[in-house]
Ligand binder design. Structure first.
Ligand code: ZN
Length: 211
């Protein structure tokens, strides 16, 4: 198994490459920027890209998806509830101080709750966890004891809810009902910053203590 997570772009979104070297296949999660670098890495690993999975439609997570699709032919998957945000790329570029909005296109399929995505040997179940945005999802790779959390849960904190589509009660509910229900040893790879575990966040995340 190949698992590489590295921050991309000015907002340092964590992009992840998950590959199966035996099958020669990979998926990429949240190619927000630096698509040339991501594509080069896939090429040097000799992996064919099967899916581009986007945890939510914020510019720093989805910004490079269409470019990567054009380079590889892989389909883009994004939850349908984030389509309004996807159409607001110009506004989003202004929010974060970028002069130019990336080109986007509607996804090829929705990352609907319960859908199984990923690679044959490393599948993930989609958990719809609205709150940071209405279409925010987490990807639970149960056999790998790993969660890709997008901006829903980060180490010691939770995603911001002050942007359009954000809802602070909803994100807390999503985390409690969907994420804290996972096994404690589940490794969490957030959309920004360092990795953590479900157990660590359940124990010490100040945003999750009181309900
Ligand atoms: Zn975000």
């Amino acid at each position: 198994m190949i698992l590489e997570t590295f921050p991309v772009g000015p907002l340092q979104c964590n992009c992840t490459i998950l590959g199966d070297e035996e099958a020669g296949e990979a998926i990429v999660i949240d190619p927000g920027d630096e698509v040339g670098r991501i594509h080069q890495r896939l090429t040097s690993l000799g992996l064919k890209l099967k899916q581009i999975l986007v945890t939510h439609a914020h510019i720093d997570h989805v910004g490079g998806a269409l470019k990567l699709k054009r380079l590889t032919g892989a389909p883009i998957l994004l939850n349908e509830n984030d389509l309004p945000l996807l159409k607001m790329m110009e506004e989003q570029a202004e929010w974060v101080g970028l002069s130019k909005a990336p080109e986007t296109a509607p996804p090829d399929a929705s990352l609907a709750d319960g859908l199984v995505v990923g690679l044959e040997r490393f599948p993930a179940t989609v958990l719809h966890t609205p709150g940071h945005t209405q279409g925010s999802v987490c990807l639970h790779f149960a056999p790998l004891k790993m969660l890709i959390a997008g901006d829903t849960l980060v180490a010691g904190s939770i995603g911001r809810t002050d942007l359009p589509g954000g809802n602070s009660q909803q994100i807390i509910d999503s985390i409690h009902s969907r994420l804290l229900a996972l096994p404690e040893e589940t490794k969490v790879l957030p959309g920004h910053g360092p990795a953590t575990t479900i157990g660590e966040e359940r124990f010490s995340n100040p945003f999750l203590r009181v309900r």
